[in-house]
Design a protein around this ligand. Structure first.
Ligand code: GTP
Ligand code: MG
Length: 244
């Protein structure tokens, strides 16, 4: 990274008290000088309190935005993207707080964008199926969800629901963030679709995804059906009014 450039890892949290301190320490132990923005939705377990306690130790590089109540992953990231654009971060990452995404891979995503990609995706399905400890049903659902999205949208992306990514700032400035509708996994699909439609270069970097060891899942049936129908709607709308 050039000396003037800045990288921000956005981590949305909801009840991640078992993970948040570990993930912060791990990211700051990497060689690349990442900054972190935690977006906490009023976690009842006190996740934000832990972050506030850590802030003096990591002054100027550990940021916290607190929202009132659980408003969803999609809007958490949109809030984070806008925050990052205003402050002119050059490389903007998405990462879960549950160690499903290995923080060591941040540097591999960074290198892909540094070397010319506009969006780098940490991909579970680029070389086989690299998911550890998920029940078979969930792996299959996720894999075939990606097949479905590829068929509907025409995108040549193997892991369309992936949530471990690095954007070049320009991408987030170009896409109309206020126009992103889907909130759960659908949000991840819609971001890729709009990036692809805008003609940006997308690269998939193979990663190994591991099921969370601590804390609890926020996945729900509602998120799934939103994505199922949302993808069809998104594609249909892109024919009617080709928007960024
Ligand atoms: N700010 C915010 N963060 C959320 C919300 N829902 C989930 N998260 C965080 O988003 C990340 C991904 O959520 P997970 O619960 O791991 O969901 P998942 O990865 O789909 O499912 P599992 O890994 O099986 O638990 C984690 O860091 C969560 O704490 C939310 O409504 N608001
Ligand atoms: Mg998870």
């Amino acid at each position: 990274m050039r000396i003037s450039e800045k990288s921000l890892v956005i981590i949305p949290t909801y009840n991640e008290k078992e993970n948040v301190e570990k993930i912060v320490r791990k990211v700051f132990s990497l060689e690349t000088p990442f900054q972190i923005l935690i977006i906490d939705d009023g976690s009842p377990d006190g996740t934000a309190t832990i972050v506030r306690r850590l802030q003096p130790e990591f002054e100027g590089k550990l940021h916290l935005l607190e929202r009132q109540g659980k408003l969803g992953l999609g809007t958490a990231y949109i809030t984070g993207f806008k925050w990052a654009i205003e402050r002119k971060y050059d490389y903007i990452f998405e990462m879960d707080c549950d160690f499903s995404h290995n923080p060591d891979d941040l540097e591999r995503l960074f290198i892909a964008v540094y070397n010319g990609a506009d969006l780098a995706i940490g991909s579970r399905y680029i070389s086989g199926i690299n998911v550890i400890n998920w029940p078979l049903g969930r792996v299959l659902m996720s894999y075939f969800a990606s097949v479905y999205v590829r068929m509907v949208t025409g995108m040549k992306i193997m892991d369309t629901t992936a949530g471990f990514k690095c954007f070049r700032r320009n991408v987030l400035e170009t896409i109309n963030l206020d126009d992103i509708r889907l909130k759960g996994y659908g949000f991840q699909i819609e971001m890729k679709f709009k990036t692809w439609k805008s003609g940006f270069k997308i690269v998939e970097v193979p990663i190994i995804f591991t099921d969370r060891k601590e804390g609890t899942s926020k996945m729900s049936g509602g998120i799934f059906s939103e994505a199922l129908w949302g993808v069809l709607k998104m594609k249909a709308e892109s024919w009617v009014k080709p928007k960024k």
